[in-house]
Design a protein around this ligand. Structure first.
Ligand code: 5AD
Ligand code: SF4
Length: 465
């Protein structure tokens, strides 16, 4: 008999899993779904790594020396396990995520401590593979199988949803067919796959029924999502957003991350016509130089991107933009970099992620000549980041004195406070009496910092948790 609360078998000390997650929001989502699958097969989650029977690392491969960092972490885990074994215990070590996918068999050869290597398309097999690993086998599962991982993963656990609060992620699309020359995603996450409308709507309804008010649709290239819509017509992300807007209980919708080439008319119309689609868009451009954009295989020029931004702003004039930028791509000259500075100045971003180019093994760019000197790339990065930070601060300051709609998310650090989220993702500290968790309330902004806003009545010296 299983205990309905803990799912443990009678007389069976419950196995505990510790999950460490690196990388993007999709990894956060995947870790939660793996946790759900493990809970359904009898595991409890622990925050105490030393108490874990299973140590699972969900890895990220996007930048700098990711693989080496994972191997060094495995070295530390091996020591932890040896100490446990000396004390009569044991621990299974499982590596998931994009480094697992990229390394595959090599990880089993190079790191004898690892019991299981599992790629992102195989998570629904996790409980079964762990059983095999416990029998002594060392397992690698990194295929891009035809099995539908999502159909085979348990539905999100109600308890987790409650604990996770009023804002949740929902993966609608995985993989990428764009093949930007610097990027590992098409190799680690595979080709673009879209989940079905029925699956997405069912998951959204379940999340909303459990108290979720804000849904962020996730995909490596989320606006490439497409599928057979209700009524048999082919839908894109725009049509899907219109459908999700009808899910009872949901108050806010977001999506990330998008590619400029996939912003179609229906998606732009969704920004015009759906007030619950938040006026915030993460739309990476990577570089402002057409020469570099071409070498990156981005499939658009700087002018294409700016025209697209104009169209989106016509549809939703208050939309705020965030972006990703790479400096020091092979062959990037001072003039190319100035084009990037110019596009940033022209577009105006409220938030951004900017990186120094780092070669990823197996990508076309890693074989290009003309690597930019590190000191030059560093100096460019600092100039770019200073410009982006000043744009962000100007935006935050412009909100002072305005009434802003905030989704109340959780208690604040100090008594009498709540933390909420503005339409532009900036956390807002607000007084407790502004509303209940899950409410969208209008508050007057009276202070702005680098990472937070203060609403009227909240203690101005305190910061968001
Ligand atoms: N070097 C530096 N930045 C990279 N990114 C992806 N690959 C690399 C790389 N090889 C950045 C891009 C992407 C973001 C998620 O990470 O800007 O949009
Ligand atoms: Fe990578 Fe994004 Fe380009 Fe796809 S579109 S290859 S995920 S940077």
């Amino acid at each position: 008999m299983r205990d309905p609360e803990t799912n443990a078998l009678d007389g069976d000390p419950q196995q505990k899993v510790f999950i460490k997650t690196y990388g993007c929001q999709m990894n956060v989502y995947d870790s939660e779904r793996m946790q759900d699958a493990l809970t359904a097969s009898g595991y409890a989650t622990t925050d105490d790594a030393s108490a874990a029977d299973l140590y699972l690392i969900n890895t990220c491969h996007i930048r700098e020396k990711a693989t080496e960092k994972v191997y060094s972490e495995i070295g530390k885990l091996k020591k932890m396990r040896n100490a446990k074994r000396e004390a009569g215990g044991d621990m299974t070590i499982a590596i998931a995520g994009c480094v697992a996918q990229a390394e595959g068999e090599e990880m089993i050869r190079r790191a004898p401590a690892v019991d299981l290597v599992i790629g992102p398309q195989a998570y629904h097999n996790l409980p079964r593979l762990l059983e095999k690993a416990k029998g002594g086998a060392r397992i690698v599962e990194t295929g891009f199988g035809l099995d539908d991982k999502f159909a085979n993963l348990p539905a999100p656990q109600e308890k987790r949803v409650k604990a996770g609060g009023v804002s949740a992620f929902l993966t609608v699309q995985e993989g990428c067919d764009k093949f930007c020359t610097f990027c590992v995603v098409p190799y680690t996450r595979g080709a673009e796959v879209s989940r079905s409308v029925a699956q997405i709507v069912a998951e959204a309804e379940k999340l909303a029924a459990n108290g979720v008010r804000e849904l962020t649709l996730l995909g490596q290239n989320v606006n490439a999502w497409h599928g057979a819509g209700e009524g048999g017509r082919e839908w894109g992300l725009g049509e899907l957003l219109f459908r999700l807007a009808d899910v009872p209980g949901l108050k806010r919708l977001r999506y990330t991350t998008s590619h400029p080439a996939d912003m179609d008319d229906a998606l732009i119309a969704a920004h015009r016509e759906l007030p619950m689609l938040m006026p915030y868009l993460h739309l990476p451009v990577q570089s402002g130089s057409d020469r570099i954009l071409k070498a990156m295989n981005r499939r658009h020029t700087g002018a294409d991107y700016c025209r697209l931004i104009d169209r989106i702003r016509m549809a939703r004039p208050d939309i705020a933009l965030s972006g990703d930028f790479i400096v020091g791509f092979p062959g990037e000259t001072d003039a190319d970099f100035e084009d990037t500075m110019r596009i940033v100045a022209d577009v105006g971003y409220v938030a951004a992620y900017s990186f120094k180019y780092s070669p990823r093994p197996g990508t076309p760019a890693s074989e290009m000549d003309l690597m930019v000197d590190d000191a030059v790339a560093q100096a460019r990065l600092e100039r770019l980041q200073a410009l982006l930070a000043s744009q962000q601060q100007v935006f935050h300051n412009s909100l002072v004195g305005r009434d802003v709609e905030v989704l109340v998310e959780k208690p604040g650090r100090e008594a009498g406070q709540r933390i909420g989220r503005s339409p532009w993702l900036i956390p807002v500290v607000l007084p407790e009496n502004s509303g209940h968790i899950g409410d969208v309330v209008s508050v007057r902004i009276v202070g702005s910092g680098r990472n937070t806003l203060q609403a009227e009545g909240a203690n101005a010296r305190s910061r968001a948790a």
